[in-house]
Design a binder for this molecule. Structure first.
Ligand SMILES: *Cc1c(COP(=O)(O)O)cnc(C)c1O
Length: 564
């Protein structure tokens, strides 16, 4: 130990072997060493103790400190080694101010709390570092990926004989795969020749912005992304989709992909996949297309609802409230058609309660993956043997085993029944929240016909008729001033509710600057509650409403800006 602290200024030399000794202690031991294992476990326990010390009744760890990003840029590599203990303590410091996503008073966004088995999945995959590019480097961890593919393919209704899939770098990656496969189908040879200018992609205006990114990064160009308006339930407008796709074909364009969003991020809008597929099939016939436009279902949020596809809503064996059952059935009405899509994106790190990153793209026909396969000669140092080599067609080279093991852990932990219970509960809490919000004259739910766990709502000042104002402000340009004033009003409400929550009074919710645009093009500001914690219970949703009502009284007292 002494030599570690040798000071270069004194021109002392150190024997590197002394330091190497410490380095070896910082690794798990390669052969059995129970004493060192205890040291490892103890290190983790001490880390957990330090996290625990940051917990209060507040929905965050410690207190919120703002990071000095300017100073952070000046950080340099330390001269000498540190210890496991010191580094651990320093790392825990970075959790300061983190939202506790599992806290019953957190309803902030589509970020789930993570289960213990999924964390252990990440831990063991990190410990032994399998690379699932190739079974030679990952052995049975590669099998875990295939098992998750099998389970989820069955869940969404794919034929598991034909389906396949790979984990990738996020929900964005899953859509990237869908669009890339579709591009190869519509314009064969883009892998070799580059992307032609006539390829277009369709997505709804409530779809995720990753679509823009994807067509940009794929070289198709953002000008070739066609955004289709949504109906008031945040579903793609089928008539407009039909018109736009026809127009594209008439103009000699190729449809690389239609992205159907099943579970939009802000409102849980669900596109009518069945009708989109029927439209695609009609277009293939009518225009005698020599390719079949690829339909990718961005179900990174909605996939898990498929556990309710066979739920007996009449019997309701889990005893959900009637309103909850209706919401579950309302979602499944769309989710049950997922198997019609050519590929499906799934985020376990959203509605599967795993840590980031755990995202899977499923393809209905495994041959589709051949479209992006490379020749073995292009990868001379890999894939000479072994029987499972997804690295031949994945975008990534190295792929971690963390995502698949975390996903597998939760699918095994919950099973169908557990997933039904956790999702059913958070849907139940969401419905309860809406019941409360609808029970007050001053608040109104915006995405009433979307049946997920996200609720967009607005508060209005005393004296405003919330029954008529919603529609008036949405549709009638004469209400532009009113809409803008109430946007500002809702921002004030949010500020109040947020600062109260930071003081431990109330619930952390969020807000969106643009729930959607009005018919005359103004963004609609909304308050947003996203319930994903199994710890949320009735009192917590009631608190949201109480706080909003309190904020109304507060804002009315302070402000003359927003008027009815
Ligand atoms: C979150 C989200 C994405 C992006 O997924 P990441 O895992 O964050 O890359 C794509 N689509 C939808 C609908 C999403 O909600």
């Amino acid at each position: 130990m002494q030599s570690l602290h040798a000071n270069n200024g004194d021109r002392k030399t150190v024997n590197y072997r002394d330091i190497l000794q410490n380095i070896r202690l910082a690794f798990p031991q390669p052969t059995s060493d129970p004493i060192h294992d205890s040291y490892f476990v103890h290190s983790i326990m001490r880390a957990l103790d330090q996290v625990d010390a940051l917990k209060t009744h507040l929905p965050m760890l410690g207190s919120i400190v703002s990071g000095d990003f300017e100073k952070a840029r000046q950080t340099a590599l330390p001269d000498t080694m540190s210890s496991v203990e010191d580094v651990t303590a320093e790392l825990i410091g970075y959790l300061q101010g983190m939202t506790i996503f599992g806290h019953p008073r957190t309803q902030q966004n589509v970020i789930p709390p993570t289960t213990i088995p999924s964390v252990i999945g990440v831990l063991i995959a990190s410990l032994y570092n399998p690379n699932i590019a190739w079974d030679e480097y990952s052995h049975l961890v590669a099998l875990a990926e295939v098992e998750v593919v099998g389970m989820t393919a069955k869940m969404v209704g794919y034929d598991t004989e034909k389906a396949s899939g790979v984990f990738t770098f996020g929900g964005t990656g899953t859509t990237l795969y869908g669009v890339k496969l579709g591009l190869e189908k519509a314009c064969p040879g883009t892998m070799q020749n580059g992307t032609p200018e006539e390829a277009v992609v369709f997505v709804s205006d409530a779809g995720h912005y990753c679509a823009t990114n994807i067509v940009g990064w794929l070289g198709m160009g953002t000008n070739n992304l066609v955004t289709i308006p949504t109906t008031h339930d945040n579903e793609i407008d089928l008539a407009q989709l039909e018109q736009a796709t026809r127009e594209a074909l008439i103009n000699g364009k190729k449809i690389a992909a239609i992205i159907a969003t099943l579970g939009t991020t802000d409102a849980f809008g669900l596109d009518d996949l069945e009708s989109i597929v029927a439209l695609r099939d009609r277009l293939v016939d009518e225009f005698q297309l020599d390719y079949c436009p690829h339909i990718h279902a961005d179900a990174v949020i909605g996939w898990s609802w498929s556990v309710f596809n066979n739920y007996d809503v009449e019997e309701n064996p889990l005893g959900f409230r009637p309103r909850t059952v209706r919401a579950l059935a309302g979602a499944c009405r769309r989710i049950r058609h997922l198997s019609l899509a050519d590929s499906v994106g799934i985020d376990f790190h959203k509605t599967g309660f795993t840590p980031y990153i755990s995202s899977l793209v499923l393809v209905k026909n495994q041959e589709d993956l051949n479209l992006v396969k490379r020749h073995p000669e292009q990868m001379p140092y890999l894939y000479h043997f072994g029987e499972h080599r997804p690295g031949m067609y994945t975008l990534e080279t190295s792929r971690a085993g963390t995502g698949p093991l975390a996903a597998l852990a939760n699918l095994r932990l919950f099973g169908e029944q557990g997933l039904r219970v956790i999702l059913g509960h958070i849907v139940e809490m969401t419905q309860l929240l809406r019941e409360h919000l609808e029970g007050h004259a001053g608040t109104t739910v915006l995405n009433r016909d979307n049946f997920g766990t996200v609720t967009l709502f607005r508060a209005y000042p005393e004296g405003v008729d919330t029954f008529s104002i919603k529609r008036q402000e949405f549709e009638d340009a004469a209400y532009r001033e009113s809409l803008i004033a109430h946007n500002a009003y809702n921002r004030e409400i949010f500020q109040y509710v947020h600062s109260e929550a930071m003081e431990g009074r109330g619930v952390v919710i969020s807000t969106t600057d643009c729930y959607r645009h009005t018919a005359y093009g103004e963004p609609i500001v909304a308050l947003k509650s996203y319930i994903l914690s199994p710890f949320v219970d009735e009192a917590d949703v009631k608190t949201v409403v109480d706080k909003v009502l309190e904020a109304r009284a507060e804002v009315a007292g302070n402000s003359t800006g927003a008027t009815g």
